[in-house]
Design a protein around this ligand. Structure first.
Ligand code: ATP
Length: 358
């Protein structure tokens, strides 16, 4: 659908705002370096206030960077007004025209571009088919459900055939079930349209489900960029490990280094580690262990005492103490394993590949 898929590049981009309370300047975005390939689906993920929306608005042209340059399709765009940029935005608020029907809402941007009527009709019908609203052209948008309004908003942006589609938390106003349905729809439509998409969310599962790559932001800074597998299994720091899924942090020190692999001492016990990265013997370390990568067993790596054991239907939830460290364990095959009860002495079991060293 897009005339031409376009990539986006941010080169040392910063945005400074004034804090309304203190009157002091601060970096809402600091030295962001981002490269988005044509056709990629990328999410900007992070907690409230980390600068996600500011980055999106700078790409759209609603804000200008104080430092750095933004490129779209290889061309610098800092000086271009929003309407001169080959982007279209889908807003959280939908931003529909309430007294217009679906057809007129979707056709609006094309009419501004003064396209001939028959071309407008053809494009609008094509897009409405793609977003699953065929036959509903005459319905007024203020009579639609939230999910339908979101589809109209998506159609309105897509019909402009932008090089890059920008999404600002588009599903925030929908209930949980509809959010999941709509995010699958958005991914399907983006792939069908073959368009570059940049999507802002603070919902990590939304980011995992949608993205080719996730940009994780922390306090105005790009903390990590990677595909969902990389950011989950190879987080760069505790912030990412904690923000994407659940993590246990086992704190200790490296007691032996043997090439890539080695031993870490955690709560007085030695743990085999497949890759200790840049750390050396004696260095402090944090082992990231995902709850579903650990098992509770009669023999294992770390002795523990069970403090919580809860049957959750499709999994068993445990919390155990390894010395002073709380470890969460999720057993997705409880039928295949012994069930431990609160107070039991047991072992946390995991392989040397299951821990990621920070
Ligand atoms: P959220 O998920 O809550 O939307 P976000 O990650 O998108 O958060 P931004 O909206 O980019 O965050 O805001 C980043 C920081 O800049 C925040 O501290 C915010 O309060 C501040 N900020 C945003 N817009 C302005 C503005 N126009 N003037 C001053 N400060 C601003």
């Amino acid at each position: 659908m897009a005339k031409e898929k376009k990539g986006v590049r941010l080169d040392h981009v910063s945005k400074i705002y004034q804090d309304p309370k203190t009157g002091k300047d601060f970096y809402a975005v600091h030295d962001a370096n981002i490269n988005i390939e044509p056709g990629e689906f990328v999410t900007l993920l992070g907690p409230s206030g980390c600068g996600k929306t500011t980055i999106l608005r700078m790409i759209a042209g609603f804000e200008s960077p104080n430092e750095g340059e933004i490129y779209l399709g290889g061309e610098p765009i800092n000086e271009l007004t929003p309407n001169k940029r080959d982007t279209a935005m889908v807003f959280q608020s939908y931003a529909l025209l309430p007294h217009y029907n679906i057809f007129d809402n979707v056709a609006y941007g094309l009419k501004l571009r003064k396209l001939p009527k028959d071309q407008i009709a053809e494009k609008v019908h094509g897009i409405l088919g793609m977003v699953g609203l065929e036959g509903m052209e005459d319905r007024m948008t203020n009579q639609l459900s939230g999910g339908q309004q979101q589809r109209v908003a998506l159609a309105r942006a897509l019909v402009l055939e932008p090089g890059v589609l920008l999404f600002d938390e588009p599903l925030s106003n929908l209930d949980a079930k509809l959010r999941v349905d709509m995010r699958n729809e958005i991914r399907r439509i983006q792939q069908q349209a073959g368009i570059t998409a940049i999507y802002v969310t603070h919902d990590q599962s939304e980011a995992m489900a949608l993205s080719d790559n996730i940009i994780i932001m922390k306090k105005g800074v790009v903390d990590q960029i990677g595909d969902p597998h990389t950011v989950y299994y190879h987080p760069v720091d505790e912030f990412v490990a904690d923000f994407i899924g659940e993590s246990n942090f086992l704190r200790g020190s490296i007691s032996k280094k043997d090439g890539e692999s080695g031993l870490a001492t955690i709560e007085g016990h030695e743990v085999e580690v497949a890759s200790i990265g840049h750390l050396s013997e004696g260095d402090k370390c944090v082992l990231v262990l995902r709850p579903e990568s650990a098992q509770l067993a009669e023999e294992g790596v770390l002795p523990c005492k069970v403090t919580l054991s809860r049957f959750m239907g499709n999994y068993q939830n445990y919390q155990v103490m390894v010395g002073d460290t709380l470890v969460k364990i999720t057993d997705f095959n409880p039928k295949n394993h012994k069930i431990f009860e609160v107070g039991d002495e047991a072992f946390v079991k995991f392989g040397k590949e299951d821990v990621h060293v920070l």
